[in-house]
Design a protein around this ligand. Structure first.
Ligand SMILES: Nc1ncnc2c1ncn2[C@@H]1O[C@H](COP(=O)(O)OP(=O)(O)OP(=O)(O)O)[C@@H](O)[C@H]1O
Ligand SMILES: [Mg+2]
Length: 343
């Protein structure tokens, strides 16, 4: 799918706005606060079903009754998103109009893959383990239909176990151990599955990362991501045993100390920790290389060419790196925002 045009009404600062896109690369240039990120947000909402940064009420232009987004594709298909008081006195939940039908949530079959770069992604390398896990979990969910459901089941079991730990702090340990057993079983089963999938993803990314980075940076820096399993790599039964062995400590802490919810990722730049050694432009290039790989892998998996949204991507990149950006994404439609542009 290739986006032909977009029309916005009362979307953030845009009262009425429309834009025609190129089939390959479009660059949206504007001053700070002129509404560039909001345009990407509107595209994301129409193609993925929700904003990447806020709620519908945040998006609704101040003092307006409704907002509307219309995205038209080159093949003639169209998605409309509408929210709020479309007719006097009738306040609507968000609706999607697609394929001639109305939906309250964008059906999966109409969701189209997007690879999104936000300036905030630049903090990834120095961010918390939670944020890094979320980053790779999101990529995995996009590539592997079963991953998000396994992760959701793991998180549910973890929450139940943690709730029990808090409620049972005064109980006899034998009793708690019995009560908690079924959650331990689930955590070890899903935990091992999650680790297997994460490990496979990082192996696949690593096999492409340095080469992809070179296509942007034209040098011979080496990039590697290290998936750091919390504790050590163990099978389901050892995982289960470890949860059982740590029950006493978990009861004191009031939460589960061991598991895949503690795993981490580290970025290595020429064999040292990239956080602290890579420059800002280098960090940006590493993140962009990850985005290229994500786009490639989504295409290989789904046969759909993701639309690439790059928010404020040019700053801090030298000319070589700026130029190689669109060259790397030559197969995809790329929409770039920038505050300025040179040749
Ligand atoms: N609900 C809203 N109603 C009206 N204006 C809003 C609303 N939400 C955000 N804005 C304003 O919309 C403007 C555009 O925001 P946006 O983030 O799209 O700008 P931008 O062009 O990406 O800026 P920058 O170059 O700084 O990233 C901002 O001035 C913001 O304060
Ligand atoms: Mg912006």
């Amino acid at each position: 799918m290739i986006i032909k045009s977009i029309k916005l009404n009362n979307f953030r600062c845009h009262e009425t706005f429309s834009f025609e896109f190129k089939k390959k690369t479009s660059v949206i240039i504007g001053k700070n606060g002129s509404g560039k990120t909001s345009i990407l947000e509107a595209i994301y909402e129409a193609l993925r079903g929700k904003s990447f940064r806020a709620t519908d009420l945040d998006i609704l232009k101040r003092d307006s009754d409704f907002y509307r987004v219309e995205v038209l594709f080159f093949n003639g298909e169209k998605v409309v998103v509408a929210f709020g008081e479309l007719e006097p006195g009738v306040v609507n939940k968000k609706q999607f109009l697609v394929g001639g039908k109305k939906y309250l949530r964008l059906p999966k079959k109409y969701r189209y893959p997007i690879v999104l770069f936000l300036p905030d992604d630049l903090h990834l390398i120095s961010s918390s383990p939670t944020r890094k896990r979320d980053f790779f979990d999101r990529i995995l969910s996009e590539l592997d239909d079963s991953y998000s459901s396994i992760l959701a089941k793991y998180e549910k079991a973890l929450k139940q176990r943690n709730d029990l730990l808090k409620q049972c702090v005064e109980y006899n340990i034998e009793v708690v151990s019995q009560m908690i057993f079924s959650w331990n079983l689930l955590l070890s089963k899903y935990g091992v599955e999650i680790r297997g999938k994460r490990e496979k993803l990082i192996k696949e990314i690593n096999s492409r990362l340095t080469k992809t980075y070179h296509s942007i940076a034209k040098n011979d820096d080496k990039i590697l991501i290290n998936y750091e399993i919390f504790g050590e790599k163990i099978g389901e039964s050892e995982y289960l045993k470890r949860l059982e062995n740590e029950l006493n400590r978990d009861l004191i802490l009031g939460h589960t100390g061991f598991g895949v919810h503690r795993d981490n990722y580290n970025f290595l730049f020429n064999n040292s920790d990239a956080d602290g050694s890579a420059s800002r432009g280098e960090v940006r290039s590493i993140i962009l290389a990850l985005k290229f790989i994500e786009a490639e892998m989504i295409y290989e998996k789904t046969n759909k060419k993701p639309i690439i949204l790059l928010d404020d991507v040019f700053s801090e990149l030298d000319e070589t790196r700026q130029k190689s950006l669109t060259r790397n994404f030559k197969e995809n439609q790329v929409i770039i925002t920038s505050v300025e542009i040179n040749e």
